[in-house]
Ligand binder design. Structure first.
Ligand code: 13P
Ligand code: SF4
Length: 301
C-alpha cells in the first residue's frame, strides 16, 4: 500500500520514540488495523488490554468513550485520541441526570450501563457491560429487574435471552439501527446458504433473522472457527475488510453501514497525535473514581 507507506513508517518510528502503543477497535480501517496497531479487538478486549499496557502512552484508534475507558483503567498513562470529535450516537443519547432520574423512578433496581457512554454516565451506574458480556453481567446481578442503558435494541435482544425484566432507554447506534430484516431476507434469496452474523446493537427483528449474534470479536471468532463458505457481517464496514484479510478462504458479502465517528481516525491523524502528543484524554478525579468502580466491577465478572 504505497500511499500509506510514509505515514506507517513515521508512526512506527514515533511509537518507539514516544514509548507508545496503539489500541485499535475492529472498526478501524485495514491500514490502521493491520499495519500500525499493537492490540486490536472489541470494546471488552480493548478495556482488558488497557489494564496491561506498560508503555507510557496509549493511542486509542477508536471513539472517545474507548479512550476514556482506557484512561480509567490505566490512569497513570497518557491516553491520546487522534480526533476529539470521534463520538458515538449511543454515548450522546444519555446524560448523568437521566440516570439519576431512572434511579428515582425505579428505586433499588440495579443500573447497568453499556460502555458506549461517557465516564460521567458510567460514574452514576452500578456496573458496566459490553456487547461481549452483557448477558453475563445482567444475570450476575441476581435481580428480577435490571435497568440497562442506553441501547434500546441491545436491551431488547438481551431480554429475549434472559429471564430478567429489562428497563431500558431510547438510545440507538446510528450504524446498526439502519439494517432491516427485509435486507437479510433479500440476502438469503440472493445467496442461498449464506451465514448471517449480526451485532446485538441491531434491531431485534434483524437479530431474529440472523444465524448468530455477538460482539465484533465473537463474530471474528465465529468466522475463524466455523469457516463458513459464504458469510455476511451485519455491522460496520471495516469489520468485513479486516476479517476477510485474515480468512481468504471465506467469501464475504458486504452490505454494510459506515460509522462516521470511527472513520474520523486516520493514519495522518494518528501520526500528528504522536508528533504533538494530542489530544490527551483527562477525566475529573471524582468522576473517574466512581466510573472506574463500574468498569472494574464489569471486568471482575
Ligand atoms: P463491540 O466491538 O464491543 O462489539 O462494539 C461495537 C461497537 O459498536 C463499538 O462502537
Ligand atoms: Fe457508536 Fe455505533 Fe459508531 Fe459503535 S458503530 S461508535 S456504537 S455509532
Amino acid at each position: 500500500w504505497p500511499i500509506f507507506a510514509e505515514d506507517i513508517d513515521a508512526i512506527l518510528d514515533l511509537k518507539r520514540h514516544r514509548n507508545a502503543v496503539v489500541l485499535a477497535h475492529n472498526y478501524q480501517t485495514p491500514e490502521i488495523f493491520h499495519c500500525i496497531a499493537d492490540i486490536v479487538g472489541d470494546s471488552l478486549a480493548l478495556a482488558r488490554e488497557a489494564t496491561r499496557v506498560e508503555a507510557e502512552v496509549i493511542v486509542l484508534a477508536g471513539v472517545h468513550f474507548m479512550a476514556e475507558t482506557a484512561k480509567l483503567l490505566n490512569p497513570d498513562k497518557t491516553v491520546l485520541i487522534p480526533d476529539l470529535a470521534a463520538g458515538c450516537s449511543l454515548a450522546e443519547s444519555i446524560t448523568p441526570a437521566d440516570i439519576r432520574l431512572m434511579r428515582d423512578r425505579y428505586p433499588g433496581v440495579p443500573v447497568v450501563t453499556y460502555v458506549n457512554t461517557s465516564a460521567a454516565v458510567k460514574a452514576e451506574s452500578d456496573v458496566c457491560c459490553t456487547s461481549g458480556n452483557v448477558k453475563k453481567v445482567v444475570e450476575s446481578l441476581g435481580s428480577p429487574r435490571v435497568i440497562l442503558l442506553p441501547d434500546e435494541y441491545l436491551a431488547q435482544n438481551v431480554a429475549r435471552e434472559t429471564g430478567v425484566e429489562i428497563i431500558t432507554w431510547t438510545g440507538h447506534c446510528e450504524v446498526h439501527e439502519r439494517f432491516t430484516a427485509a435486507e437479510i431476507r433479500q440476502l438469503r434469496r440472493e445467496y442461498p446458504g449464506i451465514v448471517v452474523l449480526a451485532h446485538p446493537e441491531c434491531p431485534p427483528e434483524v437479530v431474529a433473522e440472523a444465524d448468530f449474534t455477538g460482539s465484533t470479536a465473537t463474530m471474528n471468532g465465529f468466522v475463524g472457527q466455523r469457516k463458513p463458505a459464504r458469510v455476511v457481517l451485519i455491522t460496520e464496514c471495516s469489520m468485513s475488510d479486516n476479517v476477510a484479510a485474515q480468512h481468504p478462504e471465506v467469501a464475504f458479502v458486504r452490505p454494510c453501514n459506515l460509522c462516521p465517528h470511527m472513520k474520523r481516525i486516520t493514519l495522518p491523524k494518528i501520526r500528528s497525535a504522536l508528533e504533538g502528543m494530542r489530544h490527551e484524554v483527562t477525566i475529573v478525579p471524582e468522576v473517574a473514581a466512581r466510573a472506574r468502580r463500574a468498569v472494574e466491577r464489569m471486568l471482575a465478572i
